[in-house]
Design a protein around this ligand. Structure first.
Ligand code: DAS
Length: 332
Protein backbone atom coordinates (compact mmCIF):
# COMPACT_ATOMS: atom_id res chain seq x y z
CA UNK A 1 0.00 0.00 0.00
CA UNK A 2 1.41 3.46 -0.90
CA UNK A 3 2.43 5.87 1.85
CA UNK A 4 -0.33 8.25 0.79
CA UNK A 5 -3.10 5.66 0.82
CA UNK A 6 -1.78 4.19 4.09
CA UNK A 7 -2.97 7.32 5.97
CA UNK A 8 -6.34 7.80 4.21
CA UNK A 9 -9.50 6.94 6.16
CA UNK A 10 -11.13 3.75 4.91
CA UNK A 11 -14.87 4.19 4.45
CA UNK A 12 -17.37 1.40 3.78
CA UNK A 13 -20.32 2.52 1.62
CA UNK A 14 -23.50 0.48 2.13
CA UNK A 15 -25.98 1.23 -0.65
CA UNK A 16 -29.73 0.65 -0.32
CA UNK A 17 -31.08 2.65 -3.32
CA UNK A 18 -33.26 5.75 -3.20
CA UNK A 19 -33.24 8.89 -5.27
CA UNK A 20 -29.51 9.28 -4.74
CA UNK A 21 -29.15 6.20 -6.95
CA UNK A 22 -32.09 7.21 -9.10
CA UNK A 23 -32.33 8.15 -12.79
CA UNK A 24 -34.95 10.19 -14.58
CA UNK A 25 -33.64 9.53 -18.10
CA UNK A 26 -33.86 13.29 -18.69
CA UNK A 27 -32.33 16.28 -16.92
CA UNK A 28 -35.70 18.02 -16.67
CA UNK A 29 -38.26 15.24 -16.23
CA UNK A 30 -39.94 15.14 -12.77
CA UNK A 31 -40.63 11.45 -12.55
CA UNK A 32 -37.68 9.13 -12.06
CA UNK A 33 -36.89 5.63 -10.91
CA UNK A 34 -35.02 5.22 -7.60
CA UNK A 35 -32.32 2.60 -7.16
CA UNK A 36 -31.00 2.52 -10.74
CA UNK A 37 -27.28 3.01 -10.08
CA UNK A 38 -25.18 0.25 -8.52
CA UNK A 39 -22.78 1.07 -5.70
CA UNK A 40 -19.89 0.04 -8.01
CA UNK A 41 -20.97 2.55 -10.67
CA UNK A 42 -21.61 5.19 -8.01
CA UNK A 43 -18.13 4.81 -6.53
CA UNK A 44 -16.56 4.87 -10.00
CA UNK A 45 -18.32 8.20 -10.62
CA UNK A 46 -17.36 9.51 -7.15
CA UNK A 47 -13.68 8.70 -7.70
CA UNK A 48 -13.28 11.80 -9.91
CA UNK A 49 -13.90 14.14 -6.95
CA UNK A 50 -10.62 13.40 -5.24
CA UNK A 51 -12.02 12.58 -1.81
CA UNK A 52 -9.38 12.06 0.87
CA UNK A 53 -10.66 8.58 1.68
CA UNK A 54 -10.44 5.01 0.46
CA UNK A 55 -13.95 3.82 -0.41
CA UNK A 56 -15.25 0.29 -0.69
CA UNK A 57 -18.87 -0.51 -1.48
CA UNK A 58 -21.49 -3.15 -0.67
CA UNK A 59 -24.94 -3.34 -2.24
CA UNK A 60 -27.47 -4.05 0.52
CA UNK A 61 -30.48 -3.31 -1.72
CA UNK A 62 -31.40 -0.98 -4.57
CA UNK A 63 -34.96 0.19 -3.89
CA UNK A 64 -37.06 3.20 -3.01
CA UNK A 65 -36.94 3.69 0.74
CA UNK A 66 -40.73 3.48 0.99
CA UNK A 67 -40.00 -0.27 0.79
CA UNK A 68 -37.26 -0.29 3.42
CA UNK A 69 -38.26 -2.31 6.50
CA UNK A 70 -37.11 -4.93 8.99
CA UNK A 71 -35.29 -7.17 6.46
CA UNK A 72 -33.12 -4.32 5.19
CA UNK A 73 -32.66 -2.89 8.66
CA UNK A 74 -31.38 -6.29 9.79
CA UNK A 75 -28.97 -6.55 6.84
CA UNK A 76 -27.70 -2.99 7.43
CA UNK A 77 -27.33 -3.59 11.16
CA UNK A 78 -25.29 -6.78 10.64
CA UNK A 79 -23.04 -5.17 8.00
CA UNK A 80 -22.42 -2.10 10.18
CA UNK A 81 -21.70 -4.16 13.30
CA UNK A 82 -19.14 -6.15 11.31
CA UNK A 83 -17.60 -2.91 9.99
CA UNK A 84 -17.43 -1.45 13.52
CA UNK A 85 -15.52 -4.55 14.62
CA UNK A 86 -13.18 -4.36 11.61
CA UNK A 87 -10.00 -2.37 12.32
CA UNK A 88 -9.54 -1.92 8.57
CA UNK A 89 -12.67 0.29 8.39
CA UNK A 90 -12.73 3.78 9.91
CA UNK A 91 -16.29 4.86 9.09
CA UNK A 92 -19.52 3.83 7.39
CA UNK A 93 -21.73 5.72 4.92
CA UNK A 94 -25.22 4.41 4.11
CA UNK A 95 -26.82 5.71 0.92
CA UNK A 96 -30.59 5.62 1.36
CA UNK A 97 -33.86 7.08 0.10
CA UNK A 98 -34.99 10.18 1.92
CA UNK A 99 -38.60 9.06 2.53
CA UNK A 100 -37.72 6.80 5.44
CA UNK A 101 -34.13 7.88 6.13
CA UNK A 102 -35.13 9.26 9.53
CA UNK A 103 -36.55 5.91 10.65
CA UNK A 104 -33.53 3.92 9.45
CA UNK A 105 -31.14 6.44 11.03
CA UNK A 106 -33.01 6.38 14.36
CA UNK A 107 -33.38 2.59 14.51
CA UNK A 108 -29.65 2.16 13.82
CA UNK A 109 -28.82 4.93 16.29
CA UNK A 110 -30.67 3.01 19.00
CA UNK A 111 -29.19 -0.41 18.18
CA UNK A 112 -25.52 0.33 17.39
CA UNK A 113 -22.58 1.32 19.59
CA UNK A 114 -21.49 4.94 18.94
CA UNK A 115 -17.84 3.97 18.55
CA UNK A 116 -17.45 4.56 14.81
CA UNK A 117 -19.03 7.19 12.52
CA UNK A 118 -22.20 5.97 10.77
CA UNK A 119 -23.58 8.50 8.29
CA UNK A 120 -26.90 8.20 6.42
CA UNK A 121 -27.10 10.20 3.18
CA UNK A 122 -29.65 10.63 0.40
CA UNK A 123 -30.69 13.04 -2.31
CA UNK A 124 -33.78 15.05 -3.22
CA UNK A 125 -33.03 14.89 -6.96
CA UNK A 126 -31.97 11.92 -9.10
CA UNK A 127 -28.39 11.64 -10.34
CA UNK A 128 -29.15 12.87 -13.89
CA UNK A 129 -31.36 15.85 -12.92
CA UNK A 130 -30.37 19.50 -13.35
CA UNK A 131 -29.12 20.56 -9.91
CA UNK A 132 -28.77 17.01 -8.61
CA UNK A 133 -27.66 17.10 -4.99
CA UNK A 134 -26.67 13.45 -4.54
CA UNK A 135 -22.96 13.55 -5.22
CA UNK A 136 -22.45 16.68 -3.12
CA UNK A 137 -24.34 15.11 -0.24
CA UNK A 138 -22.27 11.95 -0.69
CA UNK A 139 -18.92 13.78 -0.72
CA UNK A 140 -20.06 15.62 2.42
CA UNK A 141 -21.07 12.33 4.06
CA UNK A 142 -17.68 10.76 3.32
CA UNK A 143 -16.01 13.81 4.86
CA UNK A 144 -18.09 13.42 8.03
CA UNK A 145 -17.50 9.65 8.23
CA UNK A 146 -13.75 10.29 7.86
CA UNK A 147 -13.61 12.81 10.70
CA UNK A 148 -12.18 11.80 14.07
CA UNK A 149 -14.74 14.04 15.81
CA UNK A 150 -17.67 12.13 14.28
CA UNK A 151 -17.57 9.24 16.78
CA UNK A 152 -19.57 9.52 19.98
CA UNK A 153 -22.52 11.23 18.30
CA UNK A 154 -24.54 8.14 17.32
CA UNK A 155 -25.83 7.80 13.77
CA UNK A 156 -25.97 11.11 11.88
CA UNK A 157 -27.73 12.17 8.69
CA UNK A 158 -26.05 14.46 6.16
CA UNK A 159 -28.26 16.43 3.73
CA UNK A 160 -27.98 19.91 2.26
CA UNK A 161 -24.62 20.75 3.88
CA UNK A 162 -26.10 20.04 7.33
CA UNK A 163 -25.25 17.33 9.84
CA UNK A 164 -28.24 16.16 11.89
CA UNK A 165 -28.34 13.72 14.79
CA UNK A 166 -30.54 10.70 14.03
CA UNK A 167 -32.79 11.47 17.01
CA UNK A 168 -33.48 14.98 15.61
CA UNK A 169 -33.55 14.42 11.83
CA UNK A 170 -36.88 14.78 10.06
CA UNK A 171 -37.82 15.20 6.39
CA UNK A 172 -39.86 18.43 6.23
CA UNK A 173 -40.17 19.05 2.49
CA UNK A 174 -41.18 16.76 -0.36
CA UNK A 175 -39.31 18.83 -2.96
CA UNK A 176 -36.23 21.03 -3.19
CA UNK A 177 -32.77 20.64 -1.73
CA UNK A 178 -32.71 23.55 0.73
CA UNK A 179 -33.99 22.61 4.15
CA UNK A 180 -35.51 19.35 2.96
CA UNK A 181 -34.38 17.98 6.33
CA UNK A 182 -34.30 19.79 9.62
CA UNK A 183 -33.27 18.81 13.12
CA UNK A 184 -35.72 19.18 16.01
CA UNK A 185 -35.30 20.13 18.78
CA UNK A 186 -31.50 20.38 18.44
CA UNK A 187 -31.13 21.74 14.92
CA UNK A 188 -27.94 20.98 13.03
CA UNK A 189 -25.05 19.52 15.03
CA UNK A 190 -22.62 20.66 12.36
CA UNK A 191 -22.14 22.05 8.86
CA UNK A 192 -20.21 20.34 6.08
CA UNK A 193 -19.21 21.07 2.50
CA UNK A 194 -16.70 19.27 0.28
CA UNK A 195 -14.16 21.83 1.54
CA UNK A 196 -15.00 22.30 5.23
CA UNK A 197 -16.49 20.62 8.31
CA UNK A 198 -17.56 22.40 11.48
CA UNK A 199 -19.07 20.66 14.50
CA UNK A 200 -21.29 22.51 16.97
CA UNK A 201 -20.47 21.06 20.37
CA UNK A 202 -18.68 17.93 21.47
CA UNK A 203 -19.64 14.27 21.12
CA UNK A 204 -22.26 13.43 23.77
CA UNK A 205 -22.34 9.61 23.83
CA UNK A 206 -20.03 8.48 26.64
CA UNK A 207 -21.00 4.83 26.33
CA UNK A 208 -19.68 2.23 23.88
CA UNK A 209 -22.75 0.01 23.89
CA UNK A 210 -25.99 0.09 21.88
CA UNK A 211 -29.08 1.34 23.73
CA UNK A 212 -31.07 -1.72 22.59
CA UNK A 213 -30.21 -5.15 21.22
CA UNK A 214 -31.35 -5.47 17.60
CA UNK A 215 -34.50 -7.58 17.91
CA UNK A 216 -35.25 -10.74 15.93
CA UNK A 217 -38.65 -9.23 15.11
CA UNK A 218 -40.28 -5.84 15.49
CA UNK A 219 -43.94 -5.80 16.65
CA UNK A 220 -46.41 -4.03 14.39
CA UNK A 221 -47.24 -0.67 15.95
CA UNK A 222 -49.84 1.41 14.08
CA UNK A 223 -49.85 5.20 13.97
CA UNK A 224 -53.30 6.78 14.17
CA UNK A 225 -53.21 10.24 12.60
CA UNK A 226 -55.92 12.30 14.29
CA UNK A 227 -58.30 14.48 12.28
CA UNK A 228 -61.03 16.64 13.76
CA UNK A 229 -64.15 14.67 14.59
CA UNK A 230 -62.60 11.20 14.37
CA UNK A 231 -64.62 8.53 16.13
CA UNK A 232 -63.39 5.92 18.66
CA UNK A 233 -64.17 2.91 16.46
CA UNK A 234 -61.15 3.89 14.34
CA UNK A 235 -58.92 2.83 17.24
CA UNK A 236 -60.31 -0.70 17.15
CA UNK A 237 -60.13 -0.85 13.37
CA UNK A 238 -56.45 0.13 13.23
CA UNK A 239 -55.18 -2.18 15.97
CA UNK A 240 -53.66 -5.50 14.79
CA UNK A 241 -54.44 -8.83 16.48
CA UNK A 242 -52.83 -9.05 19.91
CA UNK A 243 -51.80 -5.37 19.84
CA UNK A 244 -49.03 -4.26 22.17
CA UNK A 245 -48.61 -0.61 21.26
CA UNK A 246 -49.99 2.35 19.29
CA UNK A 247 -48.73 5.83 18.46
CA UNK A 248 -51.24 8.68 18.22
CA UNK A 249 -50.31 11.57 15.90
CA UNK A 250 -52.50 13.91 17.86
CA UNK A 251 -53.71 17.41 17.12
CA UNK A 252 -51.79 20.15 18.88
CA UNK A 253 -49.77 18.79 21.77
CA UNK A 254 -50.92 15.21 21.28
CA UNK A 255 -54.66 15.85 21.79
CA UNK A 256 -57.62 13.86 20.45
CA UNK A 257 -61.45 13.82 20.67
CA UNK A 258 -62.58 12.72 24.18
CA UNK A 259 -64.54 9.63 23.02
CA UNK A 260 -61.47 8.42 21.16
CA UNK A 261 -59.27 9.11 24.20
CA UNK A 262 -61.67 7.12 26.37
CA UNK A 263 -61.42 4.15 23.98
CA UNK A 264 -57.63 4.33 24.18
CA UNK A 265 -57.81 4.42 27.99
CA UNK A 266 -59.79 1.16 27.91
CA UNK A 267 -57.09 -0.41 25.73
CA UNK A 268 -54.32 1.02 27.95
CA UNK A 269 -55.95 -0.56 30.99
CA UNK A 270 -55.92 -3.87 29.07
CA UNK A 271 -52.15 -3.52 28.55
CA UNK A 272 -51.77 -1.53 25.31
CA UNK A 273 -48.88 0.97 25.41
CA UNK A 274 -50.25 4.28 24.09
CA UNK A 275 -47.81 7.02 23.01
CA UNK A 276 -49.13 10.56 22.44
CA UNK A 277 -47.15 12.25 19.67
CA UNK A 278 -48.18 15.22 17.55
CA UNK A 279 -49.13 15.77 13.91
CA UNK A 280 -47.54 19.22 14.30
CA UNK A 281 -44.12 19.06 12.65
CA UNK A 282 -41.94 20.64 15.32
CA UNK A 283 -44.15 19.78 18.26
CA UNK A 284 -42.94 18.93 21.76
CA UNK A 285 -45.47 16.72 23.57
CA UNK A 286 -44.88 16.83 27.33
CA UNK A 287 -46.67 14.74 29.90
CA UNK A 288 -49.95 16.08 31.18
CA UNK A 289 -51.58 15.19 34.55
CA UNK A 290 -54.17 12.93 32.86
CA UNK A 291 -51.43 10.73 31.40
CA UNK A 292 -50.96 9.00 34.76
CA UNK A 293 -54.57 7.81 35.24
CA UNK A 294 -54.94 7.25 31.47
CA UNK A 295 -51.77 5.16 31.33
CA UNK A 296 -50.38 7.16 28.40
CA UNK A 297 -46.78 8.00 27.42
CA UNK A 298 -45.76 11.41 26.03
CA UNK A 299 -43.56 11.34 22.92
CA UNK A 300 -41.68 14.53 23.92
CA UNK A 301 -39.55 15.61 20.90
CA UNK A 302 -40.07 12.52 18.75
CA UNK A 303 -42.41 12.77 15.77
CA UNK A 304 -44.92 9.95 15.24
CA UNK A 305 -42.76 7.87 12.89
CA UNK A 306 -39.76 7.94 15.20
CA UNK A 307 -41.96 7.37 18.23
CA UNK A 308 -43.09 4.19 16.48
CA UNK A 309 -39.47 3.02 16.02
CA UNK A 310 -38.64 3.58 19.70
CA UNK A 311 -41.86 1.94 20.87
CA UNK A 312 -41.25 -1.08 18.62
CA UNK A 313 -37.79 -1.54 20.18
CA UNK A 314 -39.14 -1.15 23.71
CA UNK A 315 -41.92 -3.68 23.08
CA UNK A 316 -39.55 -6.07 21.30
CA UNK A 317 -37.38 -5.91 24.43
CA UNK A 318 -40.50 -6.64 26.56
CA UNK A 319 -40.36 -3.25 28.29
CA UNK A 320 -43.81 -2.81 29.82
CA UNK A 321 -43.03 -0.51 32.74
CA UNK A 322 -44.57 2.83 31.73
CA UNK A 323 -42.07 4.81 33.83
CA UNK A 324 -39.17 3.21 31.96
CA UNK A 325 -40.96 3.65 28.64
CA UNK A 326 -41.46 7.35 29.42
CA UNK A 327 -37.80 7.68 30.45
CA UNK A 328 -36.77 6.30 27.04
CA UNK A 329 -38.90 8.95 25.30
CA UNK A 330 -37.55 11.65 27.62
CA UNK A 331 -33.99 10.84 26.53
CA UNK A 332 -33.95 9.02 23.17
N1 DAS B 1 -37.24 7.85 -3.89
C1 DAS B 1 -37.62 8.22 -2.53
C2 DAS B 1 -36.95 7.28 -1.56
O1 DAS B 1 -36.37 6.29 -2.00
C3 DAS B 1 -37.27 9.64 -2.22
C4 DAS B 1 -35.79 9.94 -2.12
O2 DAS B 1 -34.93 9.06 -2.06
O3 DAS B 1 -35.53 11.12 -2.06
O4 DAS B 1 -37.05 7.54 -0.36
Amino acid sequence: MSEKSASLPRILVLATGGTIAGMAGSATRHEYRPGQISVADWLAEAAQFGMAAELTGKQIANIGSEDVGPAIWSALHSAILAAIADDAIDGIVVTHGTDTAEETAFLLDLTLPPTKPVVIVGAMRPADAVGSDGMRNFVNAVRVASDSEASGRGVVLVMGDRILAARDARKVRTRGTDDAFRGFPRGSIGLVTPAALDWFGNPWRQDDQPRFAFPAALPEVPILYIGAGMTPDLVDRILPNDPTGIVIAGVGEGNMPDPLRERLVEHAKAGLTVVRASRVDEGLVDREPEDDPNGFVAARALNPQKSRVLLQLLLANKEGDLNRVQAAFDNP
